[in-house]
Design a protein around this ligand. Structure first.
Ligand SMILES: [Zn+2]
Ligand SMILES: [Zn+2]
Length: 309
């Protein structure tokens, strides 16, 4: 009896410290800013660093959430940021590299299990539809059990409106306009960056890109530029099978800090946020110094997961 009491006390003590997480998103606790806020949900790379989730950026306009990329961890990061986990207003995928899309099934299925009943709107390059169809097929047994079993999840909730888009305005509703533009990302046939214009701010998200003239043109004078980067001085062949191609790969797929400095100097954003950094051992200071060497003198910061800008 005494042991039982001690165990019961210990259990209730644990409960007191760690309340059960809410099953559904609590709207009254939501992040609902007056103006537009950029939330860095994931700033990481393919490397499984527990402190940085995969690429995902939210642009929050009052109670609307626009999501850009769905890297691994995306729904947990939405929860951590105080954003809805039962669906976003619309999601936009820059390209179909796995590190940008591994959270896509999470976005489809977890939002459904957390209460989504309307189709998820997703925009992205050609190939998005077949990826979506394959994901729904892969989880077909899960869907059947959740719909027909005692969970009784509505069948409408896991559906996805997948839009395969061409460059241009792809979303224009309620004062928010999203423009897709083509970027150069090595051997990818299609990779996009996005410009988001809201009533009070303009934001450009580079996606993964080598230096892009189109990005410079579209982003000119924007308020916030969120851009990928790597430190030029750290780039050298790697000692691993295929490592001799590393330099050529990085130059055709990504943008160095010095190149980004020159790009940002032309765009003149009010704020430059660096994310998705292939560090190769480089420090924050090194990367920022490289951006300065490239010619940019405006505000530049290293982005971290869950920061609001
Ligand atoms: Zn990529
Ligand atoms: Zn990437």
């Amino acid at each position: 009896m005494r042991i039982f009491l001690i165990v019961a006390m210990f259990a209730s003590c644990l409960q007191a410290q760690e309340p059960a997480p809410p099953r559904y998103f609590e709207p009254e606790k939501a992040l609902r800013p007056e103006g537009t806020v950029v939330v860095l949900l994931g700033t990481g790379m393919p490397v499984a660093n527990p402190r940085t989730s995969g690429p995902a950026t939210a642009v929050v306009v009052r109670d609307r959430v626009f999501l850009f990329d769905a890297g691994p961890g995306v729904v947990r990061q939405l929860a951590a940021a105080g954003l809805p986990i039962n669906g976003v207003t619309a999601a936009f995928i820059t390209h179909l590299h796995s590190d940008h899309t591994l959270g896509y099934p999470d976005l489809i299925f977890t939002t459904w299990v957390m209460g989504r009943i309307t189709p998820l709107s997703v925009y992205g390059p050609p190939g998005l539809k077949i990826m979506t169809d394959h994901l729904l097929a892969a989880w077909a047994e899960d869907i059947e059990v959740r719909v027909t079993g005692f969970e009784r999840n509505p069948r409408s909730g896991y559906s996805v409106d997948a839009h395969e888009i061409e460059p241009g305005v792809v979303y224009d509703q309620g004062g928010v306009r999203v423009t897709a533009f083509a970027v150069r990302h090595g051997s990818w046939k299609r990779a996009y960056g996005y410009r988001i214009d809201t009533p009070d701010r303009s934001i450009v998200i580079s996606g993964d890109t080598a230096p892009s003239d189109e990005l410079v043109r579209i982003a000119a004078g924007c308020d916030v530029l969120v851009h990928e980067v790597y430190p030029a001085v750290r780039l050298k062949p790697e000692k691993r099978p295929g490592g001799e191609f590393w330099v050529a790969y990085m130059r055709s797929f990504h943008t160095s800090d010095e190149e980004l400095g020159a790009i940002a100097d032309k765009i003149r954003p009010k704020k430059l946020i660096l994310h998705h950094i292939v560090r190769m051992g480089g420090t924050d200071e090194e990367v920022l110094a490289g951006v300065r060497r490239g010619g940019y003198t405006g505000e530049a910061v290293i982005g971290h997961d869950l920061e609001r800008h």
